[in-house]
Write a protein that binds this ligand. Structure first.
Ligand SMILES: [Zn+2]
Length: 397
């Protein structure tokens, strides 16, 4: 059994220099350094973030990155791997793509499936057999155990997995090895180009920041041919790329496209959004402090990264309550000395509150509907703050 350490002691993930996964180069421009402190199942961790761009090809990734062994320990600490707090996905969007590449008597593999129940049930009409491969365990083996499959498969998919993987080339080579000739790999990841519209740079666990061009260059080195890509995919701010294992039509002399300046612009745009968001957090803190002074009550809804950034270096009083509809979140804010309650148990507090702060912007209309129908109270204007949206009301994550 592993040693149970106190949540108050902070484990630091060590870092090491990482060469470019795309061109192998080491001439990098460090764009942003930060760190995130996060409570996992057993330990509290400090996660280092160093966003760099390769000057030779423009691939954007984490370097120095967390050391591989430490990253494994981090992902093992918490049985859900990195999929615990990800956004819900659109099953219909996934099926729309799968429908084009269905093999009714074939085998479909999903790596790192996030709550795949309903999704797999629905895609069983496109394939004879479905295989799920757990990603945390695969990361632990440094390569996916897709190598141990008894037979070649027809389609492999991984959604929001590759941005977490340190050794992208090995991961993709293993996918290549597991596929039949002519087989298809479906890969969905966040799109670096869209970072100026969101807060994805704050997703500290992402060690790769792909564009369609950088992803296809790496995949081509593993032997794949890009056959299709689409900005519309199962999660917001991502893209889906479809590759085929095909010996024909290979252009080995393809020139490397250097997208350094575009990548730089995307990161700078993303950092700007983080700045704007920080200003918004400051003003919400100010509002909370003022109301607290006047003895008013405040409710914060949603244990998210946005809430964590609100609570960083900011002590809230007993008049501020935090709620989340997911009961598993109850101890998630222990490091801030905050208990998380379930909204249904806080009806009176809602009625007595002067401010509702929504920290899960994507769900704000559902939250407001819930509050109205369960408490009869309407929070709006001065009594409502939604964090993580830009000035035009667009959700940033
Ligand atoms: Zn490079």
């Amino acid at each position: 059994m592993s040693q149970r350490l106190s949540k108050n002691k902070i484990n630091h993930l060590k870092t090491e220099f990482r060469l470019c996964e795309c061109c192998g180069g080491g001439d990098l421009e460090l764009m942003w350094t930060s760190k995130s402190v996060v409570v996992r199942k057993i330990n509290t961790w400090e996660f280092p973030v160093n966003i760099s761009i390769c000057r030779d090809c423009g691939f954007c990734f984490s370097s120095p990155s967390p050391n591989n062994d430490d990253l494994m320990k981090y992902h093992e600490d918490g049985n859900v791997g990195f999929k615990g707090e990800s956004l819900p996905y659109s099953i219909d969007e996934r099926l729309r793509i799968l429908n084009k590449y269905k093999v009714p008597d074939g085998i479909f593999v999903e790596i790192g499936g996030d709550d795949p129940g309903e999704f797999h049930q629905k895609c069983s009409r496109y394939f004879r057999q479905l295989i799920s491969i757990e990603v945390t365990q695969d990361l632990k083996n440094k390569s996916i155990n897709i190598n141990n499959l008894k037979q070649s498969v027809d389609v492999i998919s991984h959604y929001d997995v590759l941005e977490h993987v340190l050794d992208v080339k090995t991961f993709l080579s293993n996918c290549y090895g597991a596929l039949k000739r002519g087989g298809v790999m479906i890969c969905e990841v966040p799109n670096l180009r869209l970072y100026p519209d969101n807060l994805l740079l704050q997703e500290f666990e992402h060690v790769n920041h792909f564009t369609i061009s950088s992803l296809s260059m790496i995949a081509e080195k593993a032997g794949f041919n890009l056959i299709e890509f689409d900005d519309i995919c199962s999660r917001p701010y991502g893209f889906v790329a479809i590759f085929r294992k095909d010996e024909a039509n290979k252009d080995y002399n393809k020139k490397i496209i250097n997208e350094f300046s575009e990548a730089r612009e995307s990161v700078i745009g993303g950092l700007k959004q983080i700045d704007i968001n920080n200003i918004q957090l400051l003003s919400v803190r100010k509002k909370i402090s003022q109301l607290t002074k006047d003895n008013k009550k405040i409710i914060l809804w949603g244990v998210t990264d946005l809430l964590r950034s609100l609570l960083n270096d900011y002590k809230i009083s007993d008049q501020v309550m935090v709620v989340d509809s997911d009961p598993r979140r109850k101890d998630d804010l222990i490091m801030y000395g905050v208990k998380v309650g379930q909204p249904i148990k806080y009806i009176n507090e809602f009625l007595n509150s002067d401010l509702l702060v929504i920290c899960a912007p994507r769900y704000s209309s559902e939250i407001l509907t819930w509050v109205k129908s369960n408490t009869g109270k309407i929070f709006k204007d001065e009594s409502l703050s939604v964090i993580g949206v830009n000035s035009s009301g667009k959700t940033l994550r």
